[in-house]
Design a protein around this ligand. Sequence first.
Ligand code: WQD
Length: 337
Amino acid sequence: MRVLVTGGTGFIGSETVLALLAAGHTPIIVDNLSNSKIAVLDRIKTIAGVRPVFYQVDCCDYDAFRNVFEKEPVDAVIHFAGLKAVGESVSKPIEYYSNNLVSSLVLLRLMKEFGVKNIVFSSSATVYGVPDRVPLSETDPVKGATNPYGETKVMIERILEDAYKADPSLNIALLRYFNPIGAHPSGLLGEDPNGIPNNLMPYVSQVAIGKLKALHVYGDDYPTPDGTGVRDYIHVCDLAEGHVATLKKLEAKPGLVVYNLGTGKGTSVLEIVKAFEEANGVKIPYVISPRRPGDVAENYANCDKAYRELGWKAKYNVTDACRDAYRFQQQNPNGIE
Ligand code: WQD
């Protein structure tokens, strides 16, 4: 299939482009490079032997984005593009609501205009809010997120549900990711946040190479086995494969479908630290710090539905992800340049 990938030079987007190429699809990347580097395209070429078609376009820009649809016949869209820093979204809500919602609405208008019926949306486990119980299933209530970033995911899911009700010929997959970690095994692509990382794994990786002094563990008094936060950490390569499996599902015209993409296993902050140290033979100094506002104690997935309906499940474990993340960080101490 010819697959338009918005946000395709990002952490998950670029890994998914590799998986699309390996599966024989033709990706067309649209990205405004606001949180990624154009050098990613050369890295994709080094790994896959193909430099994907790329348009530096802001998805909010209707005219520029329309130009891509005019030039490139498209069978399906994978929509990654969006601002995604939880903390930043609390301090810049208008920017987050405007960017994430307008880009999605412009995309849906153009899909309608050009008769594109298939879309995979990059959603998040954040839409479940504070879970009543874990593991979380797709039938658990979407309680709303604890931050504007997560709220944009809730709203875009609603927009897609209403679009489907109005036009049942659409095939829409909502993929709720848990915590993506790791990097491409080559060390050429990985999580490359601007500035001090918000997320755990890139922060640990930067401590490991001495770029940051010590990890701050945000609270050790949660009702969890070792008191630290528990999450479902899924290797980004597994996540990418999940998108290829979902595209296959859309070819069967399923209408609107929802899947959790995780490992089904909860891992605590201190267990991540230990796994990282053992996988890489390094020491990760840490200090216990106060809880981070908005954090939940535990959040991990029941992924049986994705296995049942997509034939997909995670193959890599946390140790694999720690090894790949460290290799990427070592090879790119200052990020992708
Ligand atoms: C994981 C655990 C922290 C940093 C968020 C978004 C989610 C997705 C992934 C975008 C928690 C602890 C973290 C640190 C720490 N993002 N931690 N010290 O908050 O589960 O999920 O990122 O799509 O939508 O909600 O991920 O990596 O920030 O935190 O102790 O320096 O690590 O308290 O328990 P989170 P995270």
